[in-house]
Design a protein around this ligand. Structure first.
Ligand code: NAD
Length: 255
């Protein structure tokens, strides 16, 4: 299997699942433009994945209901996978880890956000979390997004919750006026998360930290889906060096 184009000069063969979608079609363009990568297969709903067109690495951007099955198909064939689809429950992650035990050479990366700035935003938020009494997340996306809260918001809340726990802080205290009708809001990992769906948006997030007399806002905006492509291409190049399951692009980037 030739997956280390950088070291050997070989070409990495890449197939895309969800290739007709907004992200999948952008990934196809990015792979075609990248040195050392060759786009060998485009798959979408109703296509037989078969041998994945002989790919070394598959990039998977489909729908939450289908992603785990698609990834299992790749793993069972010894093919590395870079996954952008959100909606991975703890149960699905556990099943995938179990499956990977039978394929110890295979690498799978699941990343809720491939934009480098979003990865930095999550890291900065985790750093800030232990210093503030209050923390809330506002995620804003285009109205065709199928899930809420976003995978990035869930991951951010997870990181903030873990940092607060390590610092001996409990859940964020209740605010009496917070989201009174409960619409598009709730708590994820003990952190209030608000979801906005608005025509014209792509993918945006604010993380708000507050305490008496001050407030810190960390914000990231993806204005165009090309913002995700450097992260996707970097992940395709590195996934074979990281056998097993990795969650979060930060682990590949040393952030
Ligand atoms: P989309 O609806 O535009 O595309 C999804 C594609 O998957 C469609 O072409 C659809 O036909 C196809 N599909 C449906 N069922 C399938 C199946 N069983 N097998 C193969 N393909 C199937 O959605 P999108 O905006 O491209 O987003 C796709 C996913 O990526 C979503 O979960 C979204 O939240 C996520 N996303 C992740 C990032 C990131 O950086 N990780 C960024 C943006 C979006």
């Amino acid at each position: 299997m030739s997956t280390d184009a950088g070291a050997t000069g070989a070409t990495t063969r890449v197939s895309v699942i969800g290739a007709s979608g907004r992200m999948g079609s952008e990934v196809c363009r990015a792979v075609e433009a990248a040195d050392g990568l060759e786009l060998v297969g485009r798959f979408d709903v109703d296509d037989d994945l078969g041998d994945l067109a002989g790919a070394d690495v598959v990039v998977e951007f489909s729908v939450p209901d289908a992603s785990a099955t698609n990834v299992a198909h790749c793993v069972d064939r010894g093919v590395h996978v870079v996954v952008g689809t959100t909606g991975w429950s703890d149960e699905k992650l556990t099943d995938l880890r179990t499956r990977l035990e039978d394929h110890p050479e295979v690498g799978v990366l699941i990343a809720p956000n491939f934009a480098i700035g979003a990865v930095l935003m999550m890291a900065f938020a985790a750093k800030a979390a232990e210093f503030y009494e209050s923390a809330e997340v506002i995620e804003l996306h285009h109205p065709d997004k199928v899930d809420a809260p976003s995978g990035t918001a869930a991951r951010t809340a997870d990181l903030i919750g873990a940092a607060r726990e390590q610092a001996g802080l409990g859940p964020v205290p209740d605010a009496t006026t917070h989201d009174p009708d409960g619409a598009r809001g709730g708590r994820t990992h003990g952190i209030p998360v608000h979801s906005v769906r608005l025509r014209g948006l792509v993918a945006h997030q604010e993380v708000l930290f507050g305490q008496t007399g001050e407030m810190l806002t960390i914000r990231h905006d993806s204005f165009d889906r090309v913002s995700f492509m450097p992260g996707v291409v970097a992940a395709v190049r590195k996934v074979s060096e990281h056998p097993g399951l990795t969650v979060g692009l930060e682990h590949y980037l040393g952030i």
